[in-house]
Design a protein around this ligand. Structure first.
Ligand SMILES: [Zn+2]
Length: 87
């Protein structure tokens, strides 16, 4: 099977891949009420990945909890493993 890398990048995964590689600084409003500045990938900032371990948040992985939100971006999530470990 030979697929050119350029073609793979042009497929549907393209946006997701770039979202996973773009790191920015976000001001995150945590559910506890505190405001924290975090360096996150766009995928983390939009709730596609766990805030801590970057596990993928998919439609079938129900085990994610919202832990806060980024104003004008969206909610951020942690997987249950990280939510439990953060105590
Ligand atoms: Zn996690």
């Amino acid at each position: 099977m030979s697929v050119e890398p350029e073609r793979i990048r042009a497929l549907d995964g393209h946006q997701m891949i770039s979202a996973r590689q773009t790191v920015s600084t976000y001001a995150v409003m945590l559910d506890g009420g505190s405001l924290e500045t975090m360096e996150l990938t766009a995928a983390q900032a939009r709730g596609f990945e766990c805030l801590t371990c970057r596990a993928q948040h998919t439609a079938t992985s129900g085990a994610f909890r919202s832990v806060g939100r980024i104003p004008s971006v969206g909610n951020v999530f942690q997987c249950l493993k990280c939510v439990g470990g953060a105590r």
